[in-house]
Design a binder for this molecule. Structure first.
Ligand code: FAD
Length: 375
């Protein structure tokens, strides 16, 4: 194999480039990404970066120089527009073409847009990139009122950071409870109680109708006609995998780019990893797509080895974490598949075991206070 091209210079793409060199791949590597920065860690963006404890540059996995020293051609601020499978090349937005022996699609996911009138006003943002974080940071000064739309992980982490910085915070969620896709209600209640203890106004079953303001946001209008004044709005209402390139190239795409156990797509020379791909989980006997740091990290390694011709099967127990205030939530497996929850104390905290109808363990959740206990 002479040349490997990676599309997407985010977490998984960047780590795959590193893994290729680590495992001894000596051929050409090109890493192409739409963002201006080299690959970086996204989790701090909604935590330490918003709290002003970490500059975005400190989130880069490696400085640009490292890629030069390791013979990895970085194409930053460049978007891949097309894959030509018969010719085995990719076309960039400036007309440049790159040939590949094997290709890795690490295109990640993009935040769902807040599609209401006023959704593009100044003072309204999603949070996925360093640019988003830099935009939001100055909005979170003491005494300002932030409205967070969506009580998912990102929304709740932003709410926690804003509240710690002295903002008045309101969280608006359309569903009847928080984090419904990831956690049983019993556990999300504990998290929401923590937000309420910090003075955050969390409202469920409410729908945003419009964002009001003259050029800049000044309020959020709800479908029940209530109008909530605010200084800024951050929304986190889920993400959509970036699959258009794969789909247009004729690869099989469902809720993500379909890959086999070795992360190979329906083209033998094209692999996919990270938030963008969907795979069969032997453990849970279903197709899953994970949006987590650990998945991006582990799949990068498996994909790198697959690209080099080694066949390694990816069969993970999903794992992710979230930090809000002094709570570190650790989740392993898929707790929402459980029918019953068994609770056990652990060093001052609690573990929640999610069990299927047949008693099989399907997930464990642990909301732990930093001060009392760490996993
Ligand atoms: P990304 O890191 O998004 O990288 C994909 C890259 O591909 C992007 O840079 C994109 O611009 C680029 N791209 C897409 N299409 C093209 C194209 N056609 N041409 C060129 N480039 C392209 N996970 C946890 O487990 N715990 C956490 O606490 C946690 N916190 C998070 C906080 C935030 C604010 C965010 C945004 C995510 C968080 N995550 C967390 C999730 C984790 O960061 C993601 O799962 C991970 O980044 C996914 O990596 P990826 O490489 O698949 O996608």
């Amino acid at each position: 194999m002479e040349s490997i091209v990676i599309v997407g210079a985010g977490h998984s793409g960047g780590k795959a480039a590193q893994a290729l060199r680590k495992h001894g791949f000596a051929g050409k590597i090109a890493l192409v990404g739409s963002e201006a920065h080299p690959p970086y860690d996204r989790p701090p963006l909604s935590k330490a970066v918003l709290l002003g404890k970490k500059p975005t540059e400190a989130c880069f996995f490696k400085p640009v120089q490292w890629y030069e020293e390791n013979g990895i051609d970085l194409f930053l601020g460049r978007t891949v527009e097309r894959i030509d499978r018969p010719e085995k090349l990719i076309c960039l937005d400036d007309g440049q073409e790159l040939r590949y022996g094997r290709l890795l699609l690490a295109t990640g996911a993009r935040p769902n847009e807040l599609r209401v009138p006023g959704g593009k006003l100044d003072g309204v943002s999603q949070l996925r990139t360093t640019l988003d974080a830099a935009l939001i940071l100055p909005w979170l000064s003491k005494g300002r009122h932030l409205i967070v739309v969506g009580a998912g992980f990102i929304g709740l982490e932003v709410a926690a950071a804003a509240s710690e910085l002295g903002c008045a915070v309101t969280v608006l969620e359309a569903a009847p409870s928080a984090l419904m896709r990831s956690l049983p209600e019993r556990i999300t209640h504990l998290l929401i109680d923590t937000h309420k203890e910090h003075g955050v106004d969390v409202r469920f079953g409410v729908h945003v109708a419009s964002i009001e303001g003259n050029g800049k946001v000044s309020a959020v209008g709800l479908t029940n006609r209530e109008v909530l004044p605010c200084d800024a709005v951050v929304y986190g209402i889920g993400v959509t995998p970036n699959t258009a390139l794969a789909e247009e190239a004729g690869l099989t795409v469902r809720n993500g780019i379909l890959v086999g156990p070795d992360l190979r797509t329906t083209d033998d020379d094209i692999f996919a990893c990270g938030d963008a791909c969907v795979f069969w989980s032997p453990l849970y006997q279903r197709e899953i797509r994970l949006e987590s740091w650990k998945n991006a990290e582990d799949q990068a390694d498996v994909a790198a080895r697959g690209l080099m011709g080694e066949s390694v099967a990816y069969s993970p127990v999903p794992w992710f974490w979230s930090n809000q205030y002094d709570v570190s939530l650790q989740v392993a497996g898929m707790p929402t598949l459980g029918a019953n929850i068994v609770e056990r104390p652990i060093g001052g905290g609690r573990l929640f075991f999610s069990l299927a109808h047949n008693g099989e363990l399907v997930g464990v959740s642990a909301p732990l206070r930093h001060t009392r206990c760490r996993l």
